[in-house]
Design a protein around this ligand. Structure first.
Ligand code: ASP
Length: 449
């Protein structure tokens, strides 16, 4: 049995929903359907979730809610009417949107989540109604009934352990269950959403709960490419990759999936496949726990910009007990997280996300390091990009680092940092942002045809 999750672009219009209906009809194993809220129909359009944020803001500002409610309702209406869905379904959606007018603003920490969650909740009702018009025994199920219990952290909920057992009770359901993504209920019965894009998380949780054979994540791309198609002309599509490889690629900017989404299916050993609603017969990209054979040492090359590096050098640094701890304490006091920390005998570099620093905190931080550590040299480098060369097969092949650095050297790309993770699943290069594209290309053509 399969869990199929459909993203916002797959449900943005009646044309898109038609494709989704065909996909569900084509395979009776698709028994658990997780839906996002309707997304953008074209690049200028607004996602229903973003319209709901506007609704919330209008409510807080005590503005007139009717126009925005109408705008949101029209999105569902257009889709529902194309399938001549039962009137009650659309009435229920309209009623729900209007009920927001009555919700209290004061002392209501779950207001924002309640409004946002309605995007998926109403869509699940609609899609269930649509599937019924197509003769499918489908029904909407609320996350509370399902057992999707989450922590009481508005906007950033986490699944509670006992939720999986509760969800497993539904594994034998004879009906096709249509489940809204993105939110769950606290033990006190309040709605809490996951972070943005969190319908992927719901899909993964449901797959783990009902012990599905496969979690299908339908989106608008054919799968994951071995390099960014904007950087490399027609990069290869990855057929199969491990969770660890996916994690490394996602870290460096491959953001097909919500970061946290893979955790539940990974733990439950359930493979995930990323598929395209607009091209459903294409095999997609499969994410699995372990891969037996590695045809190629490198599976993908990713990159992300926006890093800053602080370099600290002090003669005989390695003799000073507690040196690293003192540096990290300073970072902690400034509330700064770091990403990497390559070190040498007398020096250490700390790489962090640049968006954490303002020019002011940067100056104070450097001053604090200078005062506390008394380094011989202290430098800060801005505008760095991290390039990740990823592949489980690298462990079994000698010379990947050498081939990579040679390729970068041929393009006269200066390496600010090299870091081979202890896992040996990736090698990371820190370079200047302007050279990012050319570095990706050089590495791609070294490891792929
Ligand atoms: N609709 C939510 C968002 O836009 C969740 C999702 O689509 O996954 O963030």
């Amino acid at each position: 049995m399969k869990v199929a999750k459909f993203g916002g672009s797959s449900l943005a219009s009646s044309q898109q929903v038609k494709k989704v209906v065909e996909i569900i009809k084509a395979d009776p194993q698709r028994r658990f359907i997780v839906v996002s809220a309707p997304g953008k129909r074209d690049s200028k359009d607004t996602k229903v979730t973003d319209l709901l944020i506007q609704l919330y803001q209008t409510k807080i500002a005590a503005g007139d809610l009717d126009p925005i409610i109408q705008q949101i309702f029209t999105r569902y209406q257009e889709i529902g009417e194309a399938f001549s869905v039962n009137d009650d379904t659309l009435t229920a959606i309209q009623y729900n949107l209007n009920s927001f007018k009555e919700l209290p603003v004061v002392d209501n920490p779950h207001l924002y989540d309640t409004i946002l969650a309605s995007g998926e909740d109403n869509n699940a009702k609609l899609i269930a109604g649509i599937l019924q018009t197509q003769g499918i025994a489908a029904r909407y199920i609320n996350p509370k009934e399902l057992g999707l219990l989450v922590s009481d952290e508005p906007g950033n909920a986490r699944i509670l352990r006992n939720a999986y057992d509760l969800i497993s009770r539904w594994s034998q359901s004879q009906e096709v269950l249509v489940i809204p993504g993105f939110f769950g209920y606290t033990e006190a019965g309040k709605i809490c959403t996951f972070s943005r894009g969190g319908s992927d998380i719901t899909g993964s949780i449901v797959a783990a709960g009902v012990k599905a054979d496969l979690y299908e994540n339908f989106t608008d791309v054919d799968g994951i490419y071995s390099a960014h198609p904007g950087y490399v002309h027609q990069p290869e599509l990855i057929k199969e990759l491990t969770y660890r490889e996916m994690r490394e690629l996602a870290y460096a900017g491959f953001s097909v999936f919500h970061d946290e989404a893979l955790m539940p299916s990974y733990r439950a050993h359930i493979p995930v496949v990323i598929k395209n609603t607009n091209n459903p017969t294409a095999p997609g990209t499969k994410i699995i726990n372990t891969r037996e054979r590695h045809e190629k040492p490198v599976i993908g090359i990713a990159s992300d910009e926006g890093f800053t590096m602080i370099y600290i050098n002090k003669y005989l640094m390695n003799r000073e007990v507690g040196f690293t701890r003192r540096i990290l304490t300073i970072f902690e006091e400034f509330g700064l997280g770091y990403e990497h920390m390559p070190s040498g005998i007398d020096d250490i570099s700390i790489v962090l996300r640049a968006n954490q620093l303002t020019p002011e905190t940067e100056e104070k931080l450097l001053q604090a390091i200078a005062d506390e550590i008394k380094p011989d040299e202290l430098r800060i480098t801005h505008d760095l990009s991290m390039i990740m060369v990823v592949g489980e097969g690298m462990r079994q092949r000698v010379g990947i680092t050498a081939e990579s650095t040679a390729a970068l050297a041929r393009k006269k790309i200066n390496l600010e940092m090299i870091n081979q993770g202890s896992s040996e699943v990736s090698i990371m290069f820190g370079i200047h942002k302007e050279q990012e594209k050319s570095a990706i290309r050089a590495l791609y053509y070294t490891f792929f045809d």
